[in-house]
Design a binder for this molecule. Structure first.
Ligand code: HEM
Length: 441
């Protein structure tokens, strides 16, 4: 179970049906479900009765303070309403140019790296997407070394939180050995750097970034957020947006690397919609086929392979009793791979997401961005980011999976490629060259 929960829960699903109980560590009752009616009830219809899990509220809260990821109830609702503005259409249009500039800068690094031979795309894409999210938040002037320090801090602290959760018996040892302190100090260093940007912004003209949205937000009494709250909300957005889009992009490139026809169609759509112009948020709805391909990649490899909640009071959905205090695990990967809802579920097939097919989909069988009031606030941003990076990478490069490697998904907090994904990148052959090559064959 600790090594590969996805495999074990999928097996239990085959044996016991779409909803079953098991005891985490033999002690704590958990209900695992891929049943869309139960999922809808827990995430949406009776969402009030289901709080974020202990790992989010207690352990992450310890390092990240209070914010969207770590609060519930009225405090969460107020913050969500204010922060949502940062992700509306107008704001995403404004962010497009910050994102393009950040990408152009990251590409210089990427060019150098791929020029030296095969690369593991996972860390490369993580660097690219994180710089984009960080600059969308703190503006174009955020320094490279500050981005690197914050990114390193988030990775290290997240790994520590996973250890605290999986090996809770070590927590007293973490306290006396200085491990806990070491991670608290790291976080404090990153906090101080970001706090400085926040304080400077109070005296500078407004920017078009997310920091400005957070600072301009006003509660019903006319008050704004304190610097400390702006900091913890920013940090939480950085954590939530850290590994998610890069993860989706890595699996997407991996899937495309063995599907030349699909890749060609994707490139053609980018050419037809964009020509030589950069991608802006307004272009997003025009990518019909590419969107289907991204949706199918997110079905096969959902970055959040599960979503967990804790029942506040006794509850019931149909025949299923959910006692107070029990953990409900919405097994997203299981729902995305269930043969009940997907024909030949292991097969890549972007046709599943044509408009006609989507209409037939049972609600809450496909939920890469979660669902209900706590669904992903950054979903549209993530789609923009993925499209923007793909539009450049695919048209600039041809790429090949390096031979002799095992590609395996490892379900940590996020469904990561366990051994990375190594690829070789070459300058792309222009479409007319493709035609000439075809003719000469
Ligand atoms: C492909 C990329 C992404 C995927 C698949 C994804 C998925 C998810 C999922 C499944 C949830 C719900 C978790 C739950 O219910 O417990 C969530 C929540 C959240 N996501 Fe994303 N996410 C992505 C990108 C982003 C980005 C880029 C940002 C920010 C820049 C972001 C910010 C957030 C925040 C703040 C929440 C918590 C919302 C709340 O509790 O109100 N996400 N995301």
């Amino acid at each position: 179970m600790a090594r590969n929960p996805v495999q074990v829960l999928s097996k239990y699903g085959e044996l016991f049906g779409d909803t079953f109980r098991f005891y985490i560590g033999g002690l704590k009752e958990a209900i695992v479900t891929t049943n869309p009616a139960v999922i809808q009830h827990v995430l949406k219809t009776n969402a009030e009765n289901y709080q974020k899990s202990e790992i989010q509220v207690k352990r992450m809260g310890h390092f990240l303070g209070k914010g969207l990821l770590t609060t519930d109830g009225e405090a969460w609702r107020t913050q969500r309403r204010l922060i949502q503005k940062g992700f509306d259409r107008k704001q995403l249009e404004a962010l497009s140019s910050i994102m393009q500039d950040s990408l152009a800068e990251s590409l210089q690094n990427f060019d150098r790296q791929v020029g030296n031979g095969p690369v593991d795309i996972y860390p490369c894409l993580m660097k690219m997407t994180f710089a984009m999210v960080a600059r969308s938040l703190f503006g174009a002037r955020l320094k490279d070394e500050d981005i690197d320090l914050v990114s390193h801090t988030i990775c290290t602290v997240q790994e520590f939180i996973v250890r605290q959760t999986l090996q809770p018996y070590l927590n007293p040892w973490f306290a006396v050995s200085g491990e806990l302190r070491k991670h608290e100090d790291m976080r404090a260093r990153a906090d101080n750097i970001l706090l400085e940007y926040i304080r400077q912004r109070r005296h500078k003209p407004a920017g078009h970034d997310l920091l400005q949205t957070l600072m301009d937000a006003r509660y019903s009494d006319g008050e704004g957020m304190s610097d400390e709250l702006v900091l913890s909300e920013s940090m939480q957005l950085l954590v939530a947006g850290h590994e998610t889009s890069s993860n989706a992009l890595s699996w997407l490139l991996y899937l495309l690397s063995s599907r030349p026809d699909c890749l060609e169609r994707v490139r053609q759509e980018f050419d037809a919609v964009l020509g030589d112009t950069p991608l802006n948020y307004g272009d997003v709805p025009r990518f019909e086929f590419v969107t289907q391909v991204i949706q199918e990649a997110l079905r096969l490899y959902p970055p959040f392979w599960m979503i967990d909640r804790m029942a506040v009071a006794d509850d019931r959905v149909g025949d299923l009793a959910i006692p107070r205090g029990s953990t409900v695990i919405v097994f997203v990967y299981g729902a995305h791979h269930a043969s009940r809802y997907w024909d030949d579920p292991e097969r890549f097939d972007s046709e599943r997401f044509t408009k006609a097919h989507e209409k037939q989909q049972t609600p809450f069988t496909y939920l890469p961005f979660g669902g209900g009031p706590r669904g992903c606030i950054g979903g549209n941003y993530a789609m923009l980011q993925i499209l923007m990076i793909l539009s450049i990478l695919l048209r600039k490069y041809d790429f090949q999976l390096s031979p002799g490697q095992t590609i395996e998904a490892q379900p940590m907090v996020i469904l990561r490629p366990k051994h990375g994904i190594r690829m070789t990148f070459m300058p792309a052959i222009a479409p007319d060259r493709h035609a000439i090559l075809q003719e000469s064959k």
